[in-house]
Design a protein around this ligand. Structure first.
Ligand code: NAD
Length: 490
């Protein structure tokens, strides 16, 4: 029998500094959505594999956590230069396993570098406090790591999302288990290799592949102290409930439906290009994608321009694929149902194909006008390159639509009026607000995290807020008796 040679070797778990095959696990194909070709396989590991990774992390923890933070971050200085050195290779991996364009994949790795830079700056941010609270009595507070922690990632950013958690959690002294998305598990192995090359001791970072079973085992494992999750709201709720029920700290980021409020006084070109990029970047598979535009008053001139912009976003050229056949079908169903309910499709990306990549999963940029707030395309996360335009007469009506969403990741306003912008900043119910910016991702040291059902847990996942999540504060109160000073000098 002929054995098929896949483009990438079979994905393996990474435990105690070694790649280990999980022979007992069933395996799943890794499919490149660019072409539909099987490029690797990934094991669906079980609790035994997780237990081994946790044991490795526990063994590494005493030495790693005892190392001064200024020494720990030296690993990340070296790691950052390795990310830069291997930029092209890491970019290609993301492109092939996720389907986003090379430019988008490169931007993702650049963001991972920025996140690593932030981890390098942690020694400047985590110094403790000390105060003489009464004569001879001192209180001191210092940040300590938690122990073994876990990070569960989604498919849409195979490289960047792991960097939301890995550098900070580890630089702060924790040991980590990463569970990548089974749809895009290849980048994580390369991250592990580069961390080792940068000098990270074995066992500090481990990767266990799998699906629901591993995620549930992470939430249940008595030796895992904290769980971070990024994915859909449905699973974020499951993970948050299960992890906190097991008395772990948890931050669980969920899905999104981000509203872009476009006012009649908005700058036409800037707004049109920003809205088009926001809805179609990464094929709309971003939790920060602006997928609902609320057109306030007469903005037809802006809509016309934005449809022109969107027409130039072409699958296979500057628009990547969506993740799977199921995703393509789901996205196209939203468009068809909206059309059947009376919405007007201004630009139709259904049935898109790319020459030479006929097996790939493509949806062209799509703009649907006259969507009403009750339609599924207006309320639910479509996660494709689709913009739903909802018309309102007033800004308050637009804000009411934004506020009514279960989600609350991001919202943006496009206007040249400071007063209107401020009104939206104050009244939108979302964690991240853009003013004339369609994808308002806060840059380090600011932290990333939404509101409402876009995030469960108190901390944000990056930036300064993440320091709180990955550490606990030890408070020490000291008093020395001045009389007991031995006079060894006489
Ligand atoms: P997903 O929820 O399907 O999967 C996320 C992770 O959960 C994966 O590792 C997966 O293996 C695991 N998982 C899947 N089903 C599970 C189950 N039943 N029980 C336990 N674990 C399970 O999400 P996805 O499709 O990979 O990613 C897309 C979603 O992620 C979108 O909703 C997007 O908005 C969201 N997302 C949110 C943010 C944010 O910052 N809020 C960032 C990126 C992605």
């Amino acid at each position: 029998m002929e054995v098929e040679v896949l483009k990438y070797p079979a994905v393996r778990n990474y435990v105690a500094g070694q790649f280990v095959a999980d022979a007992a696990a069933r395996s799943m194909d890794v499919v490149s959505p660019l072409s539909g070709a099987v490029i690797s396989t990934v094991p669906m590991s079980d609790t035994d594999a997780l237990n081994q990774a946790v044991e490795a992390a526990k063994a590494a923890y005493p030495a790693w956590s005892a190392m001064p933070i200024k020494e720990r971050v030296q690993v990340f200085y070296r790691y950052k230069t390795l990310l830069e050195k291997h930029m092209q290779e890491l970019t290609l991996l993301v492109h092939e396993e996720n389907g986003k364009t090379m430019d988008e994949a490169r931007a993702e790795v650049e963001k991972a570098i920025e996140l690593t830079e932030f981890a390098c700056s942690l020694p400047q941010l985590v110094s403790g406090e000390l105060l003489e609270v009464s004569k001879g009595v001192e209180c001191r507070a210092e940040r300590k790591p938690l122990g073994v922690v876990a990070s569960i990632a989604p498919f849409n950013f195979p490289n960047m999302v792991p960097h939301w958690t890995v550098p900070n959690a580890i630089a702060l002294g924790n040991c980590m288990i990463l569970k990548p998305s089974e749809q895009v598990p290849i980048s994580a192995g390369r991250i592990a290799e580069l961390l080792k090359e940068a000098g990270l001791p074995d066992g500090v970072f481990n990767v266990v592949n799998g699906d629901k079973e591993i995620v549930e085992a992470i939430c249940d494992h008595p030796d895992i102290q904290a769980v971070s999750f990024v994915g859909s709201t449905k699973i974020a709720k499951v993970v948050y409930r299960r992890a906190t029920n097991n008395l772990k700290r948890c931050v669980a980021l969920g899905g999104a439906k981000n509203h872009l409020l476009v006012l009649p006084d908005a700058h036409v070109e800037m707004t049109a290009s920003n809205v088009a990029a926001s809805m179609s970047g990464c094929a709309g598979q971003r939790c920060m994608a602006g997928s609902a535009m609320v057109a306030v008053g007469s903005v037809d001139h802006i809509i016309e321009k934005l449809v022109d912009e969107a027409r130039n976003i072409v699958p296979g050229k500057n628009l990547g694929s969506v993740i799977s056949r199921e995703a393509k079908e789901r996205i196209e169903r939203y468009i068809t149902e909206a059309e059947q309910a009376g919405a007007k499709v201004l630009l139709d990306g259904r049935g898109a194909t790319v020459a030479g990549q006929e097996g790939g999963y493509y949806v062209g940029a799509t703009v649907v006008d006259y969507v009403t707030p009750d339609m599924a395309i207006a309320r639910e996360e479509v996660f494709g390159p689709v913009l739903a335009i909802i018309r309102t007469k007033t800004l308050d009506e637009a804000l009411a639509i934004e506020n009514a969403s279960n989600y609350g990741n991001a919202a943006a306003v496009f206007t040249q009026s400071g007063a209107h912008a401020r009104y939206v900043m104050e009244n939108a119910s979302a964690g991240m607000i853009g003013v004339n910016i369609g994808v308002p991702v806060p840059r380090e040291p600011f932290s990333f995290g939404g509101w409402n059902e876009s995030k469960f847990g108190t901390a944000d996942i990056t930036g300064k807020s993440s320091i709180e999540f990955w550490t606990q504060i030890k408070k020490v109160t000291t008093k020395w008796n001045p009389e007991s000073r031995t006079n060894w000098m006489s």
